[in-house]
Write a protein that binds this ligand. Sequence first.
Ligand code: APR
Ligand code: ZN
Ligand code: ZN
Length: 361
Amino acid sequence: MAQRVRGVIAPGKGEPVRIETIVVPDPGPGEAVVRVQACGVCHTDLHYREGGINDEFPFLLGHEASGVVESVGEGVTEVAPGDFVILNWRAVCGQCRACRRGRPWYCFNTHNARQKMTLEDGTELSPALGIGAFADKTLVAAGQCTKVDPAASPGAAGLLGCGVMAGFGAAINTGGVTRGDSVAVIGCGGVGNAAVMGARLAGAAKVIAVDIDDNKLATARRLGATHTVNSRAQDPVEAIRELTDGNGADVVIEAVGRPETYKQAFYARDLAGTVVLVGVPTPQMKLELPLLDVFGRGGALKSSWYGDCLPSRDFPMLIDLYLQGRLDLDAFVSETITLDGVEAAFDKMAKGEVLRSVVLL
Ligand code: APR
Ligand code: ZN
Ligand code: ZN
């Protein structure tokens, strides 16, 4: 029988979010209902509320979540009721041209639950990134559930579902950071600081954190940055070159999503180095670069979707490292809040006061 639970919805463009009763159907074939335990507040939730993603209001917000599978529909074999899972927003299809070539992290045909959650009057909800986890329970595709060790704290585990995975993967998957590399990370919010942590874990010799906010740089230092640069006080390109014998870094990760910081990343890398763009730009932004520099500097200019992660491969591995004390996911949990605190958490996020506010259910 369909269940009625609390959920945080964005009713219309720019309107404050509010808690409503939502109707969660029983899982159909290939679907699962998850009892949410924790869900982080991410920029993308705010972008949905502001109408920056699409106009399919009302949205059921929340997508960085962990929880316990409550029930599964017909044909589901990968998870079972009682499993502790992290939700992912790229359930791979196994059949598209990327999957068939053995590169499922690029899957071009990811999927979500087929049935819709609704308001009590039957209005269909659009779940953020196909998840919608600022709710006691949510309906997802079973492939969006990745089973991990239940010893992990739900708040920390849930963060792997989006921003932390994106930053971590930008370093280790997309950037291919390895032992001895010099790495610079421009923008050290939740995503950039996860890239700092990833670079350190991969064995980078130098990890240079760049931000305009000294508090973010202090966190970067705690998570493994060997050097910090406040780019309000210092030209970051010059500073990164100075710290790398005049050469530039092997891998530069742009975790802001702006043309000016992308240019800094482009010029702060060594010849034949790699730039990874994980910050998400807006549709209006344009990039202008001398084409001769693009050619002459060589190397690779890459984008990182969700850290090019494969949830089934990366989530359990990262949770194991976390449980061994080698990955400080707890450092990203700035505060824990309840469902009614999401609007206030957006304010704190906009002011740069938190890495992540996490709703505990
Ligand atoms: N130079 C350096 N750092 C900057 C600049 C700049 N010009 N402008 C902003 N920053 C810093 C901010 O001070 C902040 O620490 O970038 C960081 C951005 O962090 P958050 O706002 O917390 O965002 P985060 O969640 O880390 O996401 C970063 O990745 O997934 C995308 O949509 C997301 O584009 C966003 C980016
Ligand atoms: Zn997110
Ligand atoms: Zn696919």
